[in-house]
Design a protein around this ligand. Sequence first.
Ligand code: SF4
Length: 316
Amino acid sequence: MDMRRYNSFSSFARSYFGGEKIHKVNIDAGFTCPNRDGTVGVGGCIYCNNSSFRPSSCKPSLSVKEQVENGIAYLRKRYRAERFIAYFQPYTNTYAPVEELRRLYLEALENPLVAGLAIGTRPDCVDEEKMSLLAGIAKTRFVLIEYGLQSIYDKSLRYINRGHDYNKFLQALRLTSGRGIHTGAHLIAGLPTESREETLHMADVVSGLDIGFLKIHQLQVVKGTRLEADYRREPFHVFGYDEYLEFLAGFLERLNPGIVLQRLFATAPDDILVAPQWGADRHRIHRDIELKLAEMDTFQGKRFHDPVNRTGAVRN
Ligand code: SF4
């Protein structure tokens, strides 16, 4: 761990990869999303930016190989990174037949500077066959699958039109478990369906799950979404800047100290962000998180052993 008061991905990566400076290279492999194309739903999640949704007929123009090469060239120059994780990020990156997935993942791994894969997906888009593929790759490479969970409460998942429930996420975890694949979850903090205590309690619950990585960020209302329409019709509370820092510190102190934090906040571009508008850049937010943790004299896991529910079960 570096000097931070939480278990950051950069410090994890440095120790896991023997001190090498690791960076993620974003790959858009042309996947789409079953919550938009009618397979699971049509409208998508209510916070998902419609204008950025790519129809299945429109593929990215660069191959995976080219995207890896371009990304590496940029990151080497900018951050002096030495090795890379190919991050299949936008939409649902296991949403294709397994042979197609194999081709795309192996294409990324062909580059000798790529140490492994990170794959963002939905918990309802994995199966035994896809897990076997990832388990096979994980025998020799780092493989992280990141499930979009967003909330442990079904009332919230219904509200955001996720198209799956919490139980589906638990099923995906069971499918992933014990195969040498690293597992992560994404959460959104501040959904109007939850009280502050309910959102904080997610730290207790995910601490008891078989996940090693977590991304959490404040709810952002972005232009062109159904959430924006809701917000304009009937404004709901969104996190103020200080309020979020305090919430986050409270969340982190309840979180299992072994879980690696990959993201603690989001920064949608100014031209599409409706609320909350904090006027702070990434650098300042990172600094203020550290300051808030210091001011509260707390750190990740400080209250992890408090007697709370760590079974992963939620009364939904
Ligand atoms: S947020 Fe992800 S899962 Fe939800 S509609 Fe958008 S692409 Fe699909």
